[in-house]
Write a protein that binds this ligand. Structure first.
Ligand code: BJW
Ligand code: ZN
Length: 306
């Protein structure tokens, strides 16, 4: 079953009494993986939901989620978009303005470290200023519902931690730390940038090497311990919630296939259909900062009823 956009809440109203602006319509797929799309309530499709049994299937989804013992939330840049941070892909994304080969590869840094640092300095400033949004807060609150909850993020902004998430795996590193590209010595990015003019490089390491942000660039391996913890938990998860990622960057995106193959209920939350929409059994389409609070309300309502 796949649900668009953000309609679990409406669909879980008593049959035929969908709340809010959306109703659902089954448009395709076998019985156990039918695709459901939301329509405006005034569309000709209104009322279809009651006839095809989707309400009870959506109830099953919330029931299965609420009963989960092991939950993994996997996030990408979209979860921080409502905190004012840029996503990478799409018409407004970073890669529509810059070439990733100039900014996010070790070769780019070797060629032009000033340019790479100028970009990271700007992003670091934006990330420092940003605050967690409703999506980060709901995810953090799920630790109380699901004590073993693990957040696996591709983001380098630390907004999950700032929202209170305690178990966070950073697959692509963090912008808050930097390390020497030669000897590996680590320093907080804030210290490196303090008192350094915008166009200058941070002071080099004692070994003479250049410091660089501790993020994972294209062609670099992901931190082994982080990836292995993420993969272990993913393989054991009952529910795997994917929020705000285009799911095109590997090996991170492979976790979604791992979850689906291991039998987890894969739930997608995204503004748009993505590369993984076919793998997800439930796809909630809309801004994460709106969808996750609605989903959370459904989980709370389910718990209080049962
Ligand atoms: C909303 C929303 C809202 C918007 N609400 N939703 C096949 C197999 C394996 C690897 C490869 C492969 N083919 C190619 C590769 C190599 C490469 C790769 O994957 N390339 C693909 C692009 C083709 N992978 C790598 O190089 C990785 N390393 C590797 O493979 O190493 C091998 C190795 C082994 C051993 C030794 C040595 C090497 C490394 C990948 C590193 C990615 N780095 C970046 C930059 C990080 C640093 C930084 O941030 O500064 O990571 S690139 C960028 O993409 C960043 C992100 O974490 C990552 C993923 O992007 P994300 O988060 O999905 O963002 P978007 O913008 O793509 O999507 C946002 C989504 O949100 C959209 O869907 C919107 O609709 C949605 N959205 N607003 C909800 N409000
Ligand atoms: Zn060094």
């Amino acid at each position: 079953m796949s649900v668009h956009p953000g309609c679990a809440a409406a669909a879980l109203e008593p049959e035929g009494e969908a709340r809010g602006p959306f109703v659902q319509e089954q448009v395709s797929g076998p019985p156990d993986r039918g695709r459901v799309r939301a329509q405006r309530a005034d569309s000709p499709a209104a009322g279809v939901l009651k006839q095809n049994g989707l309400v009870s299937r959506l109830r099953d989804f919330v029931a299965r989620f609420a009963a989960a013992r092991r939950v993994v939330v996997f996030t990408g840049a979209g979860v921080s978009q409502e905190s004012g941070l840029d996503v990478f892909r799409g018409t407004d994304g970073t890669w529509s303005r810059f070439r990733l080969e100039d900014l996010a590869t070790p070769e780019a840094f070797a060629r032009d470290p000033e340019r790479v640092w100028a970009w990271y300095r700007e992003r670091y400033a934006a990330m420092r200023q940003a605050s967690p949004n409703a999506a980060h807060r709901v995810i953090a609150s799920w630790q109380e519902r699901f004590p073993s909850l693990l957040v696996v993020t591709q983001n380098v902004d630390r907004l999950h931690q700032r929202a209170g998430s305690r178990r966070v795996v950073e697959l692509h590193g963090t912008i808050w730390d930097s390390h020497c590209a030669r000897c590996g010595r680590s320093r907080p990015t804030a210290e490196l940038l303090e008192g350094v003019a915008a166009e200058e490089l941070p002071r080099p390491c004692a070994c003479g090497g250049l410091f660089r942000p501790s993020v994972v660039w294209f062609g670099e391996a992901l931190p082994a311990a982080a990836f292995s913890e993420a993969a272990d938990e993913t393989g054991r998860s009952d529910v795997f919630v994917v929020v705000g990622t285009s799911a095109v960057v590997w090996p991170a995106a492979g976790l979604i296939e791992l979850a689906a193959g291991a039998g987890a209920l894969v739930v997608e939350v995204n503004r748009e259909p993505s590369a993984l929409s076919d793998l997800a059994q439930v796809a909630l389409q809309g801004p994460a900062g709106e969808i996750l609070p609605r989903l959370d309300a459904e989980l709370a309502a389910w718990r209080s009823r049962s």
